[in-house]
Design a binder for this molecule. Sequence first.
Ligand code: CTP
Length: 444
Amino acid sequence: MKKVITYGTYDLLHYGHIRLLERAKELGDYLIVGVTADDFDKARGKINVQQSLSERIEAVRKTGIADEIIAEEYEGQKIDDIIKYNVDIFTVGTDWVGYFDYLKEYCEVVYLPRTEGVSSSEIREKKRNLNLGIVGNSPFLHKVINEGQYVNGLCISGMYTDNRSRFEKKVTNLVDSYEDLLSVSDAIYVHAMPAQHYELTKKAILAGKHVLCESPIALKKAECEELFELAAEHGVQLIEALKTAYSLAFHRLLLMVKGGKIGDIISVDAVCTSLKDYEELERKEWGSLWNSMAGWGPTALLPIFQLLGTEYTSCELTGRYIDDDHTFDIFAKAAFGFPKALASMKVGNGVKSEGELIISGTKGYIYVPAPWWKTDYFEIRYENPADNKRYFYQLEGEGIRNELVAFNKCVEFGKPDYYITRNVSVAIAQVMEMFEDKDKVRII
Ligand code: CTP
């Protein structure tokens, strides 16, 4: 019996796939189809696959062409499979010519002509085109515009900024007013100074636009709640843009902790800092910089509120400021008490420390090395080091790409609870508000 094997993602199964499978089957007597698992696909850059692995396997099964279906989960698996299943022929479409010649050592390799005029990417692109307008002035937005190109179904419709000179060289679709931006967009990405987020987000929601707003969404609890109410009334999504929340490693880490891998959680301790040019700070150029609490606070608060909830019983705040009026904090600390746990966050903008995340439990702890907010790696550590486990997940495009894909999906299918919930966004805004009230802050 001649065994044939072929691999693919088979997202939104189309006739190009079916023709490939039919011809693959004709090469032998028994066809094995490897369907690429989500994580592995992400590592290869296909990050906007619309269907889950089980849906894609089911679609291939329904064609009735495959004799056996397997999941492809790791790099190098093809060699393992060819040996394990005693495969005679490996085949894929001509879009891969030459790429799999290394398998000739193990079996015959056949490249079948690809069907012209159809691909999963094109179908995804056509399925929905979300016109995303960008508002703000941070140089970070260059990255967002660049990453937006990799997300199927998303198109950067324009940008409005009050710092035109920073963007006009590279951004071709700058518009003259925020109203103009709203008129050409279905959704808005807000990344202005924190104090502007509330107004910009509100205007967008009132115009019926979905909003992806950089953290913090608002600097007051009531304002944040109001925005979520407004979004619900207008039937649009309001999502907090906090890259870490959308990274695969961070998501898996949360699942492992909630699944009891380290027992009961006793303490969550997060540190996020970045060093700034001190002279620049002292020249009072901090008017255009994010203070430590607004810049890093939401990120450091994220694992605390996502793991321990938002019902803390105490919160002690400390701030260190660059100016006598206590306008710009270069360092802030928050210590939380929960009924059965503790948490702390330490943030700095102009102060440097080890940016790690440690989650302590009754059975072990999780250690995420610096910079933990760009998590692609973490360890679960136990009393006996031999039991320790390391986990690695590829992070694409600093996490911006995943965030845009997640937003795109939320607009299409609704927001799943495992992203930042309204409660967490509101709790973050509340900490911002408390920190603004200098009576509530111990000033050092
Ligand atoms: N294929 C084909 N003809 C097409 C599309 C795909 O013969 N028009 C083949 C590919 O060469 C591959 C298999 O079908 O052997 C699975 O391809 P996959 O990557 O899942 O599909 P694409 O439509 O190419 O997906 P994408 O657009 O995301 O790259």
